[in-house]
Each structure stands twice: as C-alpha cells, then as structure tokens.
Design a protein around this ligand. Structure first.
Ligand SMILES: C[S@@+](CC[C@H](N)C(=O)[O-])C[C@H]1O[C@@H](n2cnc3c(N)ncnc32)[C@H](O)[C@@H]1O
Ligand code: SF4
Length: 373
C-alpha cells in the first residue's frame, strides 16, 4: 500500500493564520511549475513498486488548478504508476472555487473525495481570517457538491478562535452535522510565527482563546460529534461509518508515500525527504536536473519518536511490534508508562498503546514525554 501527495503551492490570497507553503503571485510561472510536478512524478516512478491506493491534492489551493492541469497531473501518475482500482483521490477545495461545472468535471475525472475549507460559520471570523469567500459560501459549496453526487466529503473547521463562545462553537458543530457529511477535521487555532495573525496577537489587535477555553471547545466537540455517530479516530479527525481519510490514515500508520511539489515530504520507511519550499527554485531545479530536495535517514531514536508522535494521535495507537523492531523500554520509560496508565491517560491492549479521553487532551505532551534524543 502506498500513496502520492501533491502540493499545489498556489493561493488566491494569504489567510491571516496560515504558514503553509504557497504563493499568491504564481500566474507567470504556473505552467513551468505544473511541468515540474509532472517531471518529478516521472523521475520518481521507481521509488514505489506497490499499488497506489491514495492520491491527495493538498496545498495551498488545489481547486485553483485549471481542468487541463489537473488532468495532466493525473494522466502522468496513471502512466507512471500502478494505480489501484478502488483508489481514493482527494482534492482540497476552497468554497470560492466550487461551482456545478467544476464539481462535474472533478467527479468525471476521478476525484472521489472533497475536503472543503469551511473554517467557520461566523462572517466576522471569515473576515479577520482574510478568506477569499463568505461564511455562507462554505455550506452552499457542500450542498452543491452533494447535489452533484459527492458523498465522501470532509470539511475543515478551526476552533479556539478569538471571541468564539462555547455556544457559537456548539452551533458550528450542529451546522456541520446537519450537512450530513461523513467526515470532519477540526483544528485548534495556532499562532504561527511570521503570520499576520502573529503580528495582530503581538500588538493586541486580536486576543486568541486561552488554554481552558480551547480545552472546553475540544471536549464539547468530542462529546457532541460522538453523540451524533462520529468516531474520534485521530485527535483532529472524526468519521462516520469508518469513512476515514485513507490517505491521512496511511501517514499515521507509517505507510510509504511520495510527496511531489515544493515543500512536500516523502517517507519510505526509513528515510524522510523534504522538497525545497521555494516555487521558482523548485521548478528551475527540477527542469535542469539540479537537486531540489534533502534526504535524512531516520535514526533509531527518530523512528521511535515518530511512532509515538503519529501513533498516539490515532485510535489505532502505537504498535508494540513496531516499537519492538527498534528497541525495548528503558526502566525510566517503563515507569513513565505505568504512571500514565495509573492516571488513566494511556490504555494498553495486547498489541497497542492508545490514549484515553483524558490522554487525548494532552496528546502532544504525552508523546513528547517518550521522545528520545
Ligand atoms: C493548509 S490548509 C489547505 C486547505 C485549503 N487551502 C483551505 O484553505 O481550506 C489546510 C487546513 O489547515 C488548517 N490550518 C491552517 N493553518 C492553521 C492554523 N494556524 N491553525 C489552525 N488550523 C490551521 C485549516 O483548517 C486549513 O483548512
Ligand atoms: S488556509 Fe488555505 S487558502 Fe488560506 S493561505 Fe492557507 S493554504 Fe491558502
């Protein structure tokens, strides 16, 4: 089993909070960049011998791809790799790019999962976020996609927003549930360095939620979505009827994947590869066969840390047999594990360690307690 991630580094405008890799002035070189993506796909065809089970168009804003560009990328993948018959192909789509014609096109060209960036139902949030759509466009986009026949739809929401009350958050969750979609991703707002949000928070133009408010919103979300039939299968992800993101679940379970495009990461079991996060250097270097990536062989300690970091966030947990291929617990780690088990934060079965509800509130802290340096 293997997957391909494609990073589309284009955005209409810069959202206040976002530090992902993207550019808003890409028209002059978009052709060159797409050509480089296709060349990278071709150059890396021998890196994966298994069937490709998932393709994920992420970004940036993949819904800014013109139809011909999307087809060219897909054709290049199908030409160079062996693609599974029941492949999951996800496209991240921003509400302002969604209309019936685009949806029909995506559907007939193999896109079978849409990830729609709703973020918030509150107009004033969408404004300070500097999103390129109205709050109401998010819901409209989901309904239109359903009308065209997309069933596997997920939306992104953000909580912990400035002045988001618990009642408003509950209302957002109810509106999401009422959309009748099988998957929701919800992220706690993080103030990333060098973003406009960071500047605003630093100058007290915006005050974000404190830790208690964030925890309350997280707990409200977990309880409510569970009561509505959603399974909390990863810290930020909820699915009905096992409609998990196959692509992201593969990441969390250590499946091999190729990351294509500027800033994309790849993993082959023992090595991580980072593509350069610079559009012009990326397409020029790919075009001229100059290096555009760095490779790092994971040390035993890094592989150990990775198992805790990704495993503890999911319902599948950290695999005991995977840990055993690296090392055994030291005496102090054993003691730490027992303390977490006694507090009820970590649960253990024959094959895995998982987090309890209380543990999920401190997922990153618990994972890092087991990190080795
Ligand atoms: C990089 S975006 C790409 C998706 C798409 N371009 C969009 O804007 O909907 C993926 C998701 O990460 C989340 N995200 C990005 N920056 C974040 C931040 N600083 N705090 C919390 N969530 C964030 C947003 O929910 C966003 O939809
Ligand atoms: S949140 Fe999405 S649309 Fe906004 S800047 Fe980030 S990648 Fe682009």
């Amino acid at each position: 089993m293997a997957g391909i991630y494609l990073h589309i580094p284009f955005c209409k405008q810069r959202c206040t909070y976002c530090d992902f890799h993207f550019s808003t002035s890409f028209q002059s070189y978009r052709k060159d960049l797409i050509a480089a993506l296709c060349k990278e796909i071709e150059l890396r065809k021998t890196e994966i011998n298994e069937h490709i089970q998932t393709i994920y168009f992420g970004g940036g804003t993949p819904s800014l791809l013109e139809n011909s560009e999307l087809v060219l990328i897909l054709k290049t993948i199908y030409f160079n790799f062996s693609v599974s018959d029941n492949i999951e192909i996800t496209l991240e789509a921003n509400p302002e790019d969604i209309d019936s014609e685009r949806l029909e096109f995506w559907k007939t060209h193999g896109i079978n999962r849409l990830s729609i960036g709703l973020q918030s139902f509150k107009e004033s949030d969408i404004t300070w976020m500097n999103r390129a759509h109205l709050a109401s466009d998010g819901e409209k986009a989901v309904r239109l996609a359903q009308k065209i026949g997309f069933e596997n739809i997920t939306v992104d929401l953000i909580y912990g927003l400035p002045q988001l009350t618990i009642n408003e958050w509950q209302n957002h969750l109810e509106r999401v549930v009422n959309l009748g979609i099988p998957h929701v991703s919800a992220y706690c707002l993080t103030v990333e360095p060098k973003t406009a949000l960071h500047h605003q928070v630093k100058h007290r133009q915006l005050i974000t939620a404190n830790e208690d408010e964030q925890s309350e919103q997280f707990e409200t979300m977990v309880a409510y979505l569970k009561s509505q039939g959603f399974e909390h299968y990863e810290i930020s992800n909820f699915a009905k009827n096992e409609c998990y993101s196959k692509h992201n679940s593969s990441y969390w379970q250590g499946v091999h994947y190729l990351g294509i495009g500027p800033s994309a990461h790849s993993f082959n079991g023992t090595e991580r590869r980072w593509n350069i996060a610079n559009n012009s250097v990326y397409y020029k270097n790919v075009g001229e066969n100059e290096s555009w990536f760095t490779i790092e062989k994971l040390t035993n300690n890094e592989q150990w840390n990775e198992l805790f970091l990704t495993g503890l966030r999911t319902k599948w947990g950290v695999s005991k047999s995977a840990l055993a291929t690296i090392d055994t617990f030291t005496t102090s780690e054993e003691k730490l594990l027992n303390q977490y088990k006694q507090k009820g934060d970590i649960k253990e079965n024959e094959t895995h360690y998982t987090l309890s509800e209380s543990g999920k509130l401190q997922a990153d802290g618990i994972a890092s307690a087991f990190f080795r340096v």
